[in-house]
Design a protein around this ligand. Structure first.
Ligand code: AGP
Length: 617
């Protein structure tokens, strides 16, 4: 959570910091602040609420010219979202040091007690302020800022990215990273720090991902990285593969609207270079896993959270079908703490848009310690998850800014299917002709996704019409079941109304008791062409709920002649391979939830209480 930005260089620091915070605001938006060092010393502005409140504060209390500074956008953990708890926090009796922090300092109570015992005055309820005072105190003793910084970060437990500037050293930003993201942006005569590359991509595309337990000494003309133990660290530079316009609204009313529209491209880019015109799949990035490793896999465990876990639930159908490897999908936080059975022949597939979700990182670290190989499906270059995995299949969805995941989800499903086809080819578990037929069908998807996007008027109108609904239920079967859960999640997070996704077959085992006159139920109807004949079963479910008063909205494939007889509304999507239908059927649900939330006057990009990347456990 929390977004962090740092800058040293000739540009107007406050402009660089606010621009970076604007792009990072999706990480947290309950308060924001900046500190810069000017001719007259350290100056700080901070304000509760969205970034615009900070901008207004700076407009009314202007900051003098500066060429070094740090900025923060907060998602509260310790202490309410108030002006006082907003970062930066100042350290020392003369407040010459400024600090920002992302993460949680788990031993802050004990450290705070130590500071209180020597009379330190605290200005906030945060855990972060403790670190500011500790560093300042030690610096006041011996005057070596780097040494003080290193000593203190070594004393902290938990997860943190910390940035510090000090009035006495106006040419240097110090940063430390443990269990929270930090990326360096390399410029000419200027350098940047950010929670992710969005913080500085409008200035430079050259970046370095900072490793675990590393400290950065950032100056305008140099970047030095050392370990927490003081050892020298060598690092690898990478080039950011998207530009600043990809992370701007580009004329759309919201990032979410733009990202829904980006989905044909997200699927196409995720397929690019991985499926040839004959439908043959190759994934060059899999080199961290040899053919031998793949043949030895006896179980796949997909770990992920939220929307990413639903992408895993969908991918499971394809991976099992083609590769014949048993797949289980687990919420990362549940998997990590239940003593699961993991061996060296287990393949962990970790799915994460951000690659920084702490629950997923903890699950993968745990499994690696038990000897498993880890394959990441990740959307963010240089993310911790990718660095810590044996191989990474990047989803090329581009930056996803809206908190509610849309394009990353369809890209994750696409990558999951590519993985299934690839494993099946290496293990020769499905005839190659069938695998290539699937590969060719995947190549049709971007055009089909475009067709769905072009006809979103109906779900949007339904969303507006149902804006007074107190609850909406979603039903699906097979790959439609995770789609139902994803549809419900979108509605909960965007419109703050009760929504549940159920397996349609489970209905009569309990949930049907929820149905009463007028209850809206959205049903994901399987293809009439499905081998397993699930279509008639779902039609029966629709009849059962209709008989009890449900108002049915069906999402069905074109050519389904039966569903209209039993539903108030039918939203048709193009025909595709039944397994791939999830990529199409989820899109009307995204548009429906967005329209309903907008009709309620809610902020669809930044729903209450949420942050895009959940970097604490
Ligand atoms: C989706 O709309 C949510 N914002 C959330 O469930 C998200 O998918 C989850 O937190 C996982 O994030 P990740 O993909 O970055 O790991």
């Amino acid at each position: 959570m929390c977004g962090i930005v740092g800058y040293v260089g000739p540009k107007s620091t406050v402009d660089v910091l606010l621009g970076g915070l604007r792009r990072l605001e999706y990480r947290g938006y309950d308060s924001a602040g900046v500190s810069v060092i000017t001719e007259s010393g350290l100056e700080t502005r901070k304000k509760a609420g969205k970034l615009d409140n900070l901008v207004a504060e700076i407009d009314s209390h202007l900051l003098a010219e500066s060429h070094i500074g740090i900025g923060h956008t907060r998602w509260a953990t310790h202490g309410a979202p108030t002006d006082g708890n907003a970062h930066p926090h100042l350290g020392g009796s003369r407040s010459k040091l400024s600090l920002i922090h992302n993460g949680i300092i788990e031993n802050f109570s004990e450290l705070k007690a130590e500071l209180l015992a020597v009379g330190t005055q605290f200005a906030s309820d945060t855990d972060s302020e403790v670190a500011a005072h500790l560093i300042a105190r030690e610096y006041d003793e011996h005057g070596d800022l780097l040494k003080s910084f290193r000593n203190v970060v070594n004393r902290l437990h938990g997860a943190f990215t910390i940035l510090v500037i000090h009035e006495d050293q106006p040419d240097m930003v110090l940063a430390a990273r443990r269990n929270a993201p930090l990326v360096i942006g390399l410029g000419h005569g200027e350098n940047f720090l950010g929670s992710d590359v969005a913080a500085f991509v409008e200035h430079t595309k050259r970046a370095i991902s900072v490793g675990q337990d590393e400290i950065v000494i950032l100056r305008a003309d140099s970047v030095e990285i050392i370990g927490f133990d003081g050892s020298t660290v060598t690092s690898e530079e990478f080039t950011v593969d998207w530009d600043a316009t990809a992370a701007s609204k580009g004329g759309w009313p919201s990032f979410m609207a733009k990202e829904i529209a980006d989905q044909p491209q997200a699927v196409a880019d995720t397929l690019m270079g991985r499926v040839d015109s004959e439908g043959r799949v190759s994934i060059p990035e899999m080199h961290g896993l040899s053919a031998e490793d793949i043949k030895n896999i006896d179980r796949i465990i997909i770990v992920a959270c939220g929307t990413a876990s639903y992408a895993g639930d969908i991918a499971k159908y394809g991976i099992e079908k083609w590769s014949r490897i048993p797949v289980q999908v687990e919420l990362s936080h549940e998997f990590r703490y239940r003593n699961p059975i993991v061996t060296k022949n287990t393949l962990i597939v970790a799915i994460s848009q951000s690659g920084e979700t702490m629950d997923t990182l903890m699950a993968t670290r745990y499994a690696r310690d038990l000897g498993a190989k880890v394959l990441a499906i990740c959307n963010t270059q240089g993310a911790t998850l990718a660095r810590e995995s044996d191989a990474t299949i990047y989803t090329h969805a581009g930056p996803e800014v809206a908190v509610a995941s849309t394009k990353a989800f369809v890209a994750q499903i696409t990558a999951g299917y590519l993985l299934g086809l690839y494993l099946a080819e290496v293990r020769q578990s499905t005839p190659i002709g069938e695998l290539q037929r699937m590969g060719r069908e995947l190549l049709r998807l971007p055009a089909l996704v475009s067709d769905v996007i072009d006809s979103l008027i109906q779900p949007k109108e339904l969303g507006m019409e149902l804006s007074d609904a107190k609850s909406v239920l979603f039903l699906g079967r097979n790959v439609g079941f995770p789609v139902a859960m994803e549809g419900a999640l979108k509605l909960k997070e965007l419109a703050y109304i009760h929504a549940e996704g159920f397996a349609a077959g489970e209905l009569k085992h309990g949930p049907i008791a929820l149905i009463e006159e007028g209850q809206p139920v959205i049903v994901i109807v399987p293809s009439m062409r499905d081998d397993e004949s699930l279509h008639p079963k779902v039609i029966s479910n629709i009849q059962e709920i209709r008989a009890r008063g449900a108002k049915v909205i069906a999402i069905a494939e074109e050519g389904d002649t039966e569903v209209s007889q039993w539903s108030e509304h039918v939203i048709f999507v193009p025909q595709t391979e039944p397994l791939f239908a999830s990529i199409l059927t989820v899109i009307p649900l995204q548009a429906f939830a967005m329209a309903l939330a907008e009709a309620k006057g809610l902020d669809v990009d930044q729903p209450r209480n949420l942050a895009k990347s959940v970097t604490v456990e």
